[in-house]
Design a protein around this ligand. Sequence first.
Ligand code: NAP
Length: 559
Amino acid sequence: MPSSAATTDVDRPDVDVRVVDAVVIGAGFAGLYMNRRLRDEMGMTVQVFEAGDDVGGTWYWNRYPGARCDSESYIYCYSFDKDLMQEWEWSGKYPEQPEILRYLNHVADRFDLRRNIAFQTRVTAAHYDERTDRWDVETDQGDKVSAKFVVTAVGCLSSGQIPNIPGRDTFRGDSYHTGAWPHDGVDFTGKRVGVIGTGSSGVQSIPVIASQAGHTYVFQRTPQYAVPARHGTVDKAFLDNVKKNYDDLYEQARWSLGGQPYTLKDRSALSVSDEERQAIYEAAWQEGGFKFILSTFNDIGADRRANDTASEFIRAKIREMVKDPEVAEKLVPVDHPFTSKRALIDTNYFDTYNRNNVTLVDIRHAPIQEITPAGIRTEDGEYELDIIVFATGFDAMTGTFNRIDIQGRDGEKLKEKWAHGPQTYLGVATAGFPNLFMITGPGSPSVLSNMPVSIEQHVEWISGVIEHMREHDLDVIEADAGAERDWVAHVNDIAEQTMFMLADSWYLGANIPGKPRVFMPYPGGVGPYRQKCNEVAEAGYVGFTLSADQTAGAASSAS
Ligand code: NAP
């Protein structure tokens, strides 16, 4: 029963416990929309907790130079409100971090979403109480909240990872992680800057840092494939046309492979002549962005020989772009196929190595030994630095869950349940943790897709379940262990048929020492995934057990 009145927990008479229908953790893309749905459209009492001091999630924290999204602007936004879609004007082909943050602030203002968000507040614990069928949620600010539902909107890449390099704390200069960038920016003018990491964050920030710094040293462990973004202003006529066709474009994205409204060409890279293949790759290269993967051939990500043609095309481009052949060879990836790690979309990345104030340091062959007070020492010697930028990524998908003490039935800890890899049903729920929903959790397309499309699908699906429970007087929903096992096996089966298993990537947890090597996102595509979720709902939430409240007395004392 919805209620927000303060009450007192029966076992802790000295502690004021606020009672709400739902706690939402996080106020990025996912948390904001979940709040809107549950609070405004379903009339529930909702408490959102957010660690940052404002909305934005990923886009609040990742303010490094050059930060922008690889999905095109017009499709990297919400589709739940048609007026919002029509009124917002994106300025560039790809949305840059400040603009995405402005957009999310606009959404928060427009729908008055801030009033039930507690900022600068981290959820520290969420324990399921079987006597009341409710969650007891606690924060680092001393909040205690009893909630019927908990929805995690914590993002997939929100726990930054700084490698434990010997001497890390002895460095006399300044150091920053790309995912926790100072709000006032960093002045690189005239500085000797070392950047460790050449993933998406490194590849985006390195060209901008190099254009400002005195000298930039890039410490590269694994060379990367990257496709040019061809970023620029966005054509007004193009955007006008998008706005006229928004419904169709979004519908296409919802049923696509990657959540983008691109038409997948139903042809193999091996079905055309060499000349035709080169021409197709070249056209996509000139156009830029994810179309190189999503609308050239249908088997780059699945067939090794088809993949080789794309990998080889990019290798040739790198050799063409980088003038010094020795440097070029160090930048050419040979140890993993294209798309086995997250595909990179770049702006001037390879050109940057033609600058005379940029040095590529190959730490695959001469590894970093230590960080010293003066800089970074590799097996080849010491590089003196004023600033170190850690573009070293995240404890992806499970890291943020592990930082919260989440306990389900019988006090089972989620961290322990997931010790050998995350186990979920549909990436949205996990057995033994009733009434806990995860937006873009492990086992869902999430990071392999255009996130707003996947976020909206999850938010709407979760709202649908809760609506269903209300209509049928049901209080508790829990994923079945068998359905979960089958889902995890299915995710792994599909992953085995892809390039994803052929690299050490964060998708597999390989970037975190000791993390189990398990493929975490669902690689079957957002369209097939949506279909499966719809079928589950239409069949009465098959794979879940739904029940009425067995604890009427205890629950009513808390609601
Ligand atoms: P990342 O892809 O995990 O890249 C981390 C980089 O740091 C890699 O080059 C890695 O080398 C290196 N590294 C990690 N530990 C190291 C160590 N101990 N010594 C030396 N090098 C080390 O992280 P990210 O670049 O922050 O990107 C993470 C994800 O966030 C992306 O894949 C993407 O999904 C998302 N993202 C998206 C955008 C966008 O849309 N434009 C921008 C930024 C981030 P190895 O490859 O050898 O492990």
